[in-house]
Design a protein around this ligand. Structure first.
Ligand SMILES: [Cu+2]
Length: 168
């Protein structure tokens, strides 16, 4: 019930971001529509980089299909024990362009022990291919992976990526 609430409540945000992305695409196409501002900062604060994720990626991998590049950042950084938020940046391997409009399903997992976290991080798109999540509790030091299923948007089929972090 909680999950469906979160999903439905995130739809307006996603739609708003899609609208901004479309507006930006129209702007760069050179159509010259005076209704679309050429100011790259217009649209603004909602798409600004999240200062919590200013560090280098914890890891970067390509997706199973090879079409998507996925970078993982954590807050706090470096990763340690406790509540941890994740930022997942998805770009097109062929073009380097950010991939927005996707639905991500994120499951932290500790492969050495075969367990996850008590709560599942919920992603919200923040623009430019970035998806920031609610926190999950990293309960042990060591290597964790994020099992990320990617669907929707312009993807022809579901894709999967598995970046990692090393909690100390
Ligand atoms: Cu463990």
């Amino acid at each position: 019930m909680l999950d469906s609430f979160r999903l439905s409540s995130s739809v307006p945000v996603r739609s708003a971001l899609l609208g901004l992305a479309l507006a930006a695409a129209g702007c760069s196409s050179g159509s010259g529509d005076p209704a679309v501002s050429a100011d790259p900062d217009s649209g603004g604060d909602a798409l600004a980089a999240d200062p919590r994720f200013a560090n280098a990626p914890n890891s970067e991998v390509n997706s199973t299909s090879g079409a998507l590049h996925v970078a993982l950042r954590t807050s706090p950084y470096p990763a340690t024990l406790g509540p941890t938020a994740f930022e997942i940046t998805v770009t097109d391997v062929a073009t380097g362009a950010p991939v927005d409009g996707l639905t991500l399903d994120v499951t932290p997992w500790m492969p050495a022990h075969g367990h996850g976290t008590t709560t599942k991080p919920v992603p919200t798109p923040t623009g430019f291919g970035r998806y920031a999540t609610t926190t999950a509790n990293i309960s042990m030091v060591g290597k964790w992976i994020l099992k990320i299923n990617l669907t929707g948007g312009t993807l022809a089929a579901a894709d999967y990526a598995e970046p990692f972090l090393d909690a100390k």
